[in-house]
Design a protein around this ligand. Structure first.
Ligand code: NAD
Ligand code: UD2
Length: 320
């Protein structure tokens, strides 16, 4: 049994990660400011510290709650996880998504002391709108939103802290994650949960732009498997350093194609509420999963129709 700290552990991906760690008998402490996450979504076996990753004392309190001596690693997921929200408040985006990551890494990688590995959520948004070929990690980043720029800045802070402090940091660039527990009532939620919720209720789906936007949708259980594999790899790698891997399927789906797939699974034809294109929106976002497959030994294998069927199972499509 090991003990881990999960920042953002009350959120969509965080609650799935915490459940997976607890199911394997590990101890878990969570640092979450409950801005989008919900206390009730967290398994009571995890210790919750309500606090902010933008505040170094809050991070220290969470590490103390986990038990500094027995802490095996930090999964850092806390962020403002929405492109429009970061556009609306770029100062807070920077404070949480860039400086928050710097703070977590500063606490984990301490020159001359025991460092703990950090695996953290970066984003496909760091690539920006870089064309139709699947993005490899070596593609020069070109973010087009404060969200993407601050995620990239978080990567740079993590890399510099790991090199300087002798620790190990792994950035996972998640593409578009979906699955049970993503709150469909928020306009800032992922498109799949919003579309599925509206379709199931027989309402029109709000479609920004022409529906030709392409995304690489990755099922949340596959994301959790990548997080855990990256932590296991970091723990088994004694040398200090920084790695970055995409978490994606390599398959492109247009929003129009997504609507058709959802309609098939639900047996219902969609009506659309047309909306203007969203500022800061990427047109095409597809990743190359080869580097993660090679280094971590796994692939995001869940097919979209299987993932949608699990999402649409009774009781699954709601904030947990
Ligand atoms: P989420 O909003 O459901 O979860 C984020 C959690 O972090 C919430 O519980 C929230 O309350 C908490 N949080 C936010 N700001 C905080 C702060 N300052 N201090 C402490 N806690 C804070 O989002 P999610 O979809 O679960 O995303 C998790 C991570 O994955 C984020 O870093 C996000 O940027 C990244 N990511 C998500 C996707 C996706 O498709 N969902 C894609 C790429 C990257
Ligand atoms: C997602 C993640 C973000 C991130 C990025 C990686 C969410 C909420 N955000 O941003 O964290 O790291 O992927 O590139 O998961 N759309 C509609 N109607 C809606 C909602 C969205 O048409 O009601 C469109 C939107 O304009 C975009 C696409 O659907 O073209 C996907 O939007 P999103 O908000 O689900 O995700 P994205 O790609 O902006």
């Amino acid at each position: 049994m090991q003990t881990f700290l999960v920042t953002g552990g009350c959120g969509f991906i965080g609650t799935h990660l915490v459940a997976s760690l607890l199911a394997d008998g590990h101890g878990v402490a969570v640092l979450d400011d409950l801005s989008t996450g919900r206390r009730e979504a967290l398994d009571p076996r995890a210790a919750l510290v309500a606090g902010d990753v933008a505040s170094p004392p809050d991070i220290a309190a969470a590490i103390a709650a986990a038990g500094a001596d027995r802490l095996a690693g930090i999964f850092h997921l806390a962020a403002i996880a929405s492109v429009p929200r970061c556009l609306a408040d770029p100062a807070r985006s920077r404070a949480v998504n860039a400086d928050g990551t710097r703070n977590v890494l500063a606490a984990a990688c301490r020159p001359g002391e025991r460092s703990v590995p950090v695996v953290f959520a970066s984003s496909a948004a760091v690539y920006g709108d870089a064309g139709t070929a699947p993005a490899r990690e070596s593609r020069p980043p070109a973010p087009i939103s404060p969200y993407g720029a601050d995620k990239l800045s978080g990567e740079h802070h993590a890399a510099s802290a790991a090199r300087r402090g002798g620790g190990r940091a792994t950035a996972l660039r998640f593409f578009n994650v979906y699955g049970p527990g993503q709150d469909p009532s928020s306009p800032y939620s992922g498109v799949i949960s919003i579309f599925a919720d509206r379709l199931r209720a027989g309402r029109a789906v709000p479609l920004h732009g022409d529906g030709g936007q392409q995304r690489d949708f990755v099922y949340v259980a596959d994301v959790v498997a990548h997080l855990r594999a990256a932590m296991a790899r970091a723990a088994a790698t004694p040398r200090a350093g920084f790695d970055v891997f995409n978490v994606c399927t390599g398959r492109a789906v247009t929003l129009a194609g997504l609507l058709a797939a959802l309609a098939r699974v639900l047996g219902r034809s969609p009506s659309v509420e047309p909306l203007p294109p969203r500022p800061g929106d990427i047109r095409v976002s597809i990743g190359d999963p080869a580097a993660a497959a090679e280094a971590l030994g796994l692939r995001a294998a869940t097919q979209l129709t299987d993932g949608l069927a699990r999402l649409l199972a009774p009781g699954a499509l709601s904030a947990k």
